[in-house]
Design a protein around this ligand. Structure first.
Ligand code: S3P
Length: 442
C-alpha cells in the first residue's frame, strides 16, 4: 500500500495494505491515565505516573486538576506525570469554568469528586460532550446531597456544582457505566455513612482496584460496592500505566481480518473487565496469543501476538458489552471479512458516546459499499462483504470512528483507498496512531 497521506490539513488517505507486519507498543491506557491523575490529586503526597497517555482527553483532566490547585508536572515526551496533592480535602475553588473538552470521563468523574467540596464549580466541554447524557450522574448525586444542576432540566452540561454535606445512600446503577460508578464512589469518599452501590456495577474495575490500593474504605460484596465514608485519608500511588487495550483493538482487528498479517503488541493491559474484544475475536476464529504475562501496578499486562485468520460471524450481546463497549467500531470492521451475519445487541450506550456510533458506522461504512442493518441497540453486517470499495468518509470528530475507518481502509481490495475527513481526532486517545499505521503496512 501507499503510506497514509495527509491530503489536506483535515483529511488523510489510507490505501489497501498488501501485508501487515511488525511490533507496536500502543500508548498508555486512557482510563487508567485519567484515574492516575484525578485520584492522585486527592492522595496524600507525591505520585509518579509512568507511561501516561498524553492524549487530549487526559490532558483535559490535568488542566482541570491544576485549576483546582493541584501541582502537576507533565513531561509529554517522557510520558511521565508527577502529582503533588494537598490530600483528600485539599482542592480549591476554581477561579474559572473547568473545561473537560471531549472527555466524558473527566466530566463525570469530576461531577462526583466536586460534589464532595463546599465551593462552586462549573464544568463544561465541547459540543459533543455538551450533548451527552448527564442526568445519570446528576440524579444520584442530588440524592447524595450535592447541589448540582445542568442545562435542559438537569440533563446536559454545563454543570454547576456546590457540594459538601453528603449523606451515604443506597443506589442501584441503571446503566453499566464505569464513569457513573466512579463518579459515585468519588462522591461517597466524602459522604457521612455508608454508600452502597448495587444494580449494574459490573463494568471496568480500575477504580475499585485503584482506590482500594490508595487505602479507601471500600468493600466489595456479592453484587454491591460499599464505601464506608467519610474516608480519612488516601495515599498517593505511583503507577506504571499499561498499554491501552482499546487502542490495541484496532491492530487486533486489522491483523485478524487481513489475509497476510503478523503483528505483536507489547505490554497491553489485559484486565478481565476490558478483554471482551479478545474474547469476541477468538470466538470469531481469530489467532491471538498471550506472551510475557505479568502484573504491572496491580494490573495484568501481556504481549499479544495476532496473525491472519479466517473469521466467522460474531454474535455480541449481554454481559460482554461493558467489557468491549469502546471496541465496537473496531469489531464492526472485523465483521466485513467474517463469514456470515455478525450481530451486536444490547449496546444502546453506543448511541450516546462521542457520537451516535451505530448511526455513524452505518452511514460511513455505507460509503464503502457495506450494508449495515441498524437497531436501537445494535447493528448487523453480513460478510465477507463483496462490494467493498474505497471512498470519502467522515469521522464526526470521534477518535474511535476515525481509527476504525482507517483499518477498514487497510482491508480494501487492491488499489482502493478511504479518505478520512477530520482524522486528527485520533489524538484524543491515540497520539501516534497514524505513524504506527504507516510502520506496519507494506
Ligand atoms: C470509561 C468508561 C466507558 C468508556 C470510556 C471510558 C472509563 O464509559 O466508554 O471511554 O474510563 O471509566 P461508560 O462507563 O460510560 O460506558
Amino acid at each position: 500500500m501507499s503510506a497514509p497521506t495527509a491530503t489536506t490539513n483535515t483529511r488523510i488517505t489510507i490505501g489497501s495494505a498488501r501485508r501487515l507486519r511488525g511490533e507496536i507498543t500502543v500508548p498508555g491506557d486512557k482510563a487508567l491515565s485519567h484515574r492516575a491523575v484525578i485520584f492522585n490529586s486527592i492522595g496524600e503526597g507525591t505520585a509518579r505516573i509512568t507511561n501516561f497517555l498524553p492524549g487530549e482527553d487526559c490532558l483535559s483532566s490535568i488542566a482541570c486538576m491544576r485549576q483546582l490547585g493541584v501541582e502537576i508536572d507533565l513531561d509529554e515526551v517522557a510520558r511521565t506525570v508527577v502529582t503533588q496533592s494537598k490530600g483528600l480535602r485539599g482542592l480549591q475553588e476554581p477561579a474559572d469554568v473547568l473545561n473537560a473538552g471531549n472527555s466524558g470521563t473527566t466530566m463525570r468523574f469530576l461531577s462526583g469528586l466536586l460534589s464532595g467540596f463546599p465551593f462552586q464549580s462549573i464544568l463544561t466541554g465541547d459540543a459533543s460532550l455538551r450533548s451527552r447524557p448527564m442526568k445519570r450522574v446528576i440524579e444520584p448525586l442530588k440524592l447524595l446531597g450535592s447541589l448540582i444542576s445542568g442545562r435542559q432540566n438537569d440533563t446536559l452540561a454545563p454543570l454547576v456544582i456546590r457540594g459538601g454535606n453528603l449523606k451515604g445512600f443506597r443506589y442501584d446503577l441503571p446503566v453499566a457505566s464505569a464513569q457513573l460508578k466512579t463518579c459515585l464512589l468519588l462522591a461517597a469518599l466524602y459522604a457521612e455513612g455508608d454508600t452502597t452501590l448495587g444494580g449494574l456495577i459490573e463494568s471496568r474495575d480500575h477504580t475499585e482496584r485503584f482506590l482500594t490500593a490508595m487505602g479507601a474504605p471500600l468493600e466489595k460484596t456479592a453484587g454491591t460496592l460499599v464505601m464506608h465514608g467519610p474516608a480519612k485519608q488516601l495515599q498517593a500511588l505511583d503507577v506504571v500505566v499499561p498499554g491501552d487495550i482499546s487502542s490495541a483493538a484496532f491492530w487486533l482487528v486489522a491483523a485478524s481480518a487481513h489475509p497476510d498479517a503478523d503483528i505483536t503488541l507489547r505490554k497491553v493491559g489485559v484486565n478481565e473487565t476490558r478483554t471482551g474484544i479478545i474474547d469476541a475475536l477468538l470466538e470469531m476464529g481469530a489467532d491471538i496469543t498471550f506472551e510475557n504475562e505479568s502484573l504491572v501496578g496491580g494490573e495484568p499486562v501481556a504481549d499479544l501476538r495476532v496473525r491472519s485468520a479466517r473469521l466467522r460471524a460474531g454474535h455480541i450481546g449481554g454481559s460482554i458489552i461493558p467489557r468491549l463497549v469502546d471496541e465496537i467500531p473496531a469489531l464492526a470492521v472485523a465483521a466485513l471479512q467474517a463469514e456470515g451475519t455478525s450481530e451486536v445487541r444490547d449496546a444502546s450506550e453506543l448511541r450516546v458516546k462521542e457520537t451516535d456510533r451505530i448511526a455513524a458506522i452505518a452511514t460511513e461504512f455505507g460509503r464503502l459499499g457495506v450494508q449495515v442493518e441498524t437497531r436501537p441497540d445494535g447493528l448487523s453486517i453480513t460478510g465477507p462483504v463483496s462490494g467493498l470499495k474505497g471512498g470519502a468518509v467522515q469521522s464526526y470528530g470521534d477518535h474511535r470512528l476515525a481509527m476504525a475507518l482507517a483499518i477498514a481502509g487497510l482491508l480494501l481490495p487492491a488499489g482502493e483507498a478511504v479518505e478520512i475527513e477530520d482524522y486528527h481526532c485520533a489524538d484524543v486517545s491515540y497520539p501516534g496512531f497514524w505513524d504506527d499505521l504507516a510502520r506496519i503496512v507494506d
